[in-house]
Write a protein that binds this ligand. Structure first.
Ligand code: HEM
Length: 399
């Protein structure tokens, strides 16, 4: 289930941000960040000073195929970088792979325990709350749709799934884990997208910005992942020691840093995260033609396994249940006469039973059905998530 959690979770990373975003002023104070202070610059106008010019140069001088080939063998956090990388890239990657000075190994170890205990819920939430939310974050939906990966969503999801899997793995940030590698490679991918998408006539026409994936967008997507997940776990009254909830946050703070987000934008606590999310995530959620198409592709992913007979209605109903009628309506998810009411009425008791809050013997059999369906839903996605190598794209979506 942990694996499944990772696979589903990765879907969450595919979200894109909305047009209203630029108009919402940035008032969140850096005093609430892991850095504790900062210039207060609106991250809407901050990208990645280090990675962007570097990757643009790699693309311009035709180095990317060779770099991708060399990096294919670089998979473990503790592994030396391969010989033969361009010097500027090597120097950057050596810096970028360092954990931040504030990384706390004790908290990261507690996060592992949390991920193991809560793998089932995390799988469902990453996939169907975060993942589907990404389709109503307009900037993300457009970037994903018009970038190279948008043309092959199966491949794209399996790649994105890797991050969700790696952060939940037992050795995530340890030398034999893969989360650091995944984050650094993703940072390079995002830098490439910033260089490539502005050359796409389709993206340029649809987008309301000149350069995609600002630091503000990064935080929007970040909130669609851990912040949204934690909000649901709290709403579902999942018993959670404070140390575990803080540790889960910490693993995502470290991930944000490794993805190139500045420390002054990374929230230091859940209350700061919730405050920032209310400012940058909630107001930008909206439907776009690209997001509607992506949502449809996501809900149909299980079709290769069961022809969509069971997977599509269940995934759709879960999405409606988790994100609400309004968002489900935006991405044109049909109402499900069986699954919608069942989730509404039985999900609370199901959780209560699982968490031992209700006496087990009297629990109706149907509550246990959920476990089975959740596993099935998770596995459908997992089957897409083969071990995969994240590569720097060289082009946009072919028109
Ligand atoms: C690629 C994760 C934010 C757009 C990726 C990949 C991962 C990832 C793991 C590599 C997968 C691949 O190569 O297909 C994340 C995480 C984010 C984040 C964890 C925030 C915490 C964003 C945002 C946008 C975005 C804000 C757009 C506004 C893209 C695009 C690609 C990509 C377009 C490349 C697709 C391609 O052409 O293959 N991201 N992402 N991401 N991401 Fe993100």
């Amino acid at each position: 289930m942990l694996k499944a959690g990772g696979a589903l979770g990765a879907l969450g990373a595919m979200a894109v941000a909305a047009p209203a975003q630029g108009r919402v002023p940035w008032t969140w104070s850096a005093a609430g960040s892991v850095a504790g202070r900062g210039a207060g610059t609106d991250p809407r106008y901050v990208w990645d000073d280090e990675a962007d010019p570097l990757v643009a140069a790699l693309l311009d001088r035709g180095d990317v195929p060779r770099v991708n080939q060399l990096l294919a063998g670089w998979t473990k956090n503790g592994q030396p970088l391969p010989a033969g990388l361009p010097t500027d890239l090597r120097d950057f990657m050596e810096r970028a792979r360092q954990l931040p000075s504030w990384a706390d190994q004790r908290k990261l170890a507690t996060a592992v325990e949390f991920n193991e205990k809560r793998g089932l819920y995390l799988g469902v939430l990453y996939g169907l709350a975060s993942g589907m939310m990404s389709t109503v974050i307009p900037k993300e939906a457009r970037a994903v749709y018009y970038s190279q990966g948008g043309a092959d969503m199966k491949d794209r999801i399996s790649k994105t799934a890797k991050l969700g899997y790696d952060i939940g793995a037992r050795n995530a940030y340890q030398p034999d884990g893969e989360m650091v590698v995944t984050c650094v490679k993703t940072r390079l991918v995002h830098a490439a997208v910033r260089h490539l998408l502005p050359k796409s006539p389709q993206w340029t026409q649809a987008a309301d910005e000149e350069i995609p994936i600002s630091q503000r967008d990064m935080m929007v997507t970040w909130h669609s992942l851990p912040t949204t997940v934690m909000q649901k776990l709290v709403a579902w009254k999942i018993p959670m020691p404070a140390a575990e909830s803080t540790a889960f946050l910490h693993s995502w703070q470290v991930g944000a840093h490794l993805l190139g987000i500045r420390d002054e934008y990374i929230p230091a606590s859940w209350s700061e995260a919730n405050a920032q999310a209310a400012q940058v995530l909630t107001p930008v959620l909206a439907a776009t033609p690209e997001g509607i198409k992506l949502a449809d592709i996501l809900l149909n992913l299980g079709s290769s396994v069961d022809g969509g007979v069971l997977s599509k209605p269940i995934l759709g109903a879960f999405t409606r249940f988790l994100l609400g009628d309004e968002i489900a309506g935006w991405v044109k998810i049909p109402r499900e006469p069986v699954w919608d009411p069942l989730l509404r009425t039985a999900w609370g008791p199901f959780i209560a039973v699982r968490e031992g809050l209700l006496p087990l013997p009297g629990a109706p059999e149907s509550y246990w059905l959920f476990d089975e369906f959740l596993r099935k839903a998770a596995l459908l996605f997992l089957s897409e998530a083969k071990p995969i190598n994240i590569t720097i794209p060289e082009t946009n979506r072919p028109s």
